[in-house]
Design a protein around this ligand. Sequence first.
Ligand SMILES: O=C(O)CNC(=O)[C@H](CS)NC(=O)CCC(=O)C(=O)O
Length: 268
Amino acid sequence: FAACAGLVREAAHRSACLVFLPEGFDYIGSNTAQTLSLAEGLDGDLMGRYAELAKEYGVWLSLGGFHERGQDWPTTQRIYNCHVLLDPAGNIVATYRKTHLCDVELEGRVTMKESSFTNPGTEIVAPVSTPAGKLGLSICYDLRFPEISLALRHAGAEILTYPSAFTVPTGSAHWEVLLRARAIESQCYVVAAAQTGKNHEHRTSYGHALVVDPWGAVVAQCHEGTGLCYAEIDLDYLHRIRQEIPVHSHRRPDLYGTVAATGLAPVP
Ligand SMILES: O=C(O)CNC(=O)[C@H](CS)NC(=O)CCC(=O)C(=O)O
């Protein structure tokens, strides 16, 4: 909390209106038992402290990947991986629970079985209006599924967010190219806060938190280690790109179906 609070203070002093923290900003457990035992509800002490932080500095906070004990904790003994958006009054204005869980095994290198301690979210969340633009919420491994980004874009998103804790082998090969692809195809800004460095004895995260503009350019990137990078969101630029290359109206759902059937209202 002290590390995150310091970053939020620094960002606010440089006039950021929206601050993005990565997946597992609350903690990264050394094992599943610890991860589960540290988890709290959205009404718990830790979320209360973040609400105070948002109020104190007058910023919006994207808290990517809170280890949440939901209503079903007593029966399932599993948590949700919950992306929480706080406004500057400290209100929770949106929650998105990770829908694609990372069950991945690279022989001898990486083993992740998120579904063994996490329940999958059951819905995509409509983009939220913020002073920077309409924000669509995703988390980490969701990045590999262009369907969710297109669904959010279809529902009006101007900024997509992928708070993450990527592994080093997959991150070094896929991280930047996936983020840039999502930005280019959806014609959105992409903001990706990321865990960096050694989390504990058995885990290192890839880092490279960055922001991509809707043309696909990396416009901000963090240095090695804990820190911040800053980007300006230029919605005029975004809408010019959408006008110049109108992919959204060139789609051929008659040929390959559509991701519009998500329950989110379309925005032209
Ligand atoms: O469990 C926690 O405490 C924090 N959450 C994570 O570390 C999650 C689930 S295990 N990590 C990923 O989704 C990595 C995805 C990835 O690396 C890829 O898609 O290549």
